[in-house]
Design a protein around this ligand. Structure first.
Ligand code: FPP
Length: 239
C-alpha cells in the first residue's frame, strides 16, 4: 500500500470522478498538436487510477469524451480513437489486474465499431470483478443518461423512486462519487454525473490534466477529508 505521510489518517473517498480537462491547452503551450496532449492525458489517467486504488479508493469515473465532444474535428476524434485502438487493452489489463471491473459508460454505439469491440472485450475480461470499478465515460452526457434511465422505467411500466432511478443509471449499484475533481481551470460540471453528484464535494484545479500529478490527487483527497459533509443536517445533528 502506498500509504504515506500526507494521506495517513485521511478519509479516503470511496468513489472519485475526474473531469480530465486541459489536454489541448497543455499541448498548445508546448507547441505540440492536441493529440499529443490526449496521449499524455491518457498516461496520466492510468497513473492516477493506479495511485487512487493504491490509496484505497474503490471506484473511479473519468470523463474521456462527452456527447458534445463528438462535434470536434474528425482528426481529433480519430486521434482519441487511435489511443483506444493502440493502448487501451494493455493499459486496462494493467489497471484492472487487481480485481477492478471496467465499464464504458455513455452511448458507445456512437463510436466506430472496432473501438466498441475493444471496449466490450476489456469489459468482458473484468466482468467477474466486484467491489472495485473504473467507469470510462465515452459519448456520455448526464441528461441523456437520465432520459435513458427514465425510458427503461417507462418501458417496464414502473414508477421510479430516487433509489430505483439511481439503479437504472450507468453507475447503478455503485456508491455516488464523493469527490469530483475538475482540472483545467474551468468551474463547471459540463453535463457530468448530474444525478450522482447531488452531495459530491467539488474540487477544481488550475492545472491542465496532463500536469495533474499523483501528489495533486493526494492534495485533493486531503482537502476532501477536511470537508464536513452535512447532507442537509446541522452540525449539532452530526455530533
Ligand atoms: C478535455 O480536454 C479532454 C478530452 C476531450 C479528452 C480526455 C481524454 C483523455 C484524458 C485521455 C484519453 C482517454 C481515452 C479513454 C480515450 P481538452 O482536450 O478539451 O482540453 P482544452 O480545454 O485545453 O482544449
Amino acid at each position: 500500500m502506498a500509504r504515506n505521510k500526507i494521506i495517513q489518517g485521511t478519509k479516503i473517498p470511496q468513489h472519485i470522478a475526474i473531469i480530465m480537462d486541459g489536454n489541448g491547452r497543455w499541448a498548445k503551450k508546448r507547441l505540440m498538436p492536441r493529440s499529443f496532449g490526449h496521449k499524455q492525458g491518457m498516461e496520466r489517467m492510468i497513473g492516477l487510477m493506479e495511485h487512487a486504488f493504491d490509496l484505497g479508493v474503490k471506484y473511479i469515473t473519468v470523463y474521456a469524451l462527452s456527447t458534445e465532444n463528438l462535434q470536434r474535428p474528425k482528426e481529433e476524434l480519430e486521434g482519441l480513437y487511435n489511443l483506444i485502438r493502440n493502448h487501451f487493452t494493455s493499459y486496462m489489463e494493467r489497471v484492472c489486474s487487481k480485481g477492478v471491473r471496467l465499464k464504458a459508460i455513455g452511448d458507445t454505439t456512437l463510436l466506430p465499431p472496432d473501438v466498441q469491440e475493444i471496449l466490450r472485450n476489456s469489459e468482458k475480461k473484468t466482468e467477474g470483478n466486484e467491489g472495485k470499478g473504473i467507469n470510462i465515460a465515452l459519448c456520455y452526457g448526464a441528461r441523456a443518461e437520465l432520459v435513458r434511465a427514465t425510458n427503461i422505467a417507462v418501458e417496464r411500466g414502473e414508477k421510479v423512486t430516487e433509489e430505483s432511478l439511481a439503479g437504472l443509471l450507468y453507475t447503478g449499484g455503485q456508491p455516488d462519487p464523493e469527490l469530483i475533481i475538475r482540472t483545467g481551470k474551468e468551474v463547471r460540471l459540463s453535463n457530468f454525473l448530474l444525478y450522482q453528484s447531488a452531495y459530491s464535494e467539488l474540487y477544481f484545479s488550475d492545472k491542465m490534466f496532463p500536469a495533474f500529478t499523483d501528489k495533486d490527487l493526494e492534495k485533493a483527497i486531503v482537502w476532501f477529508s477536511s470537508r464536513t459533509r452535512r447532507f442537509g443536517k446541522t452540525d449539532e445533528q452530526l455530533k
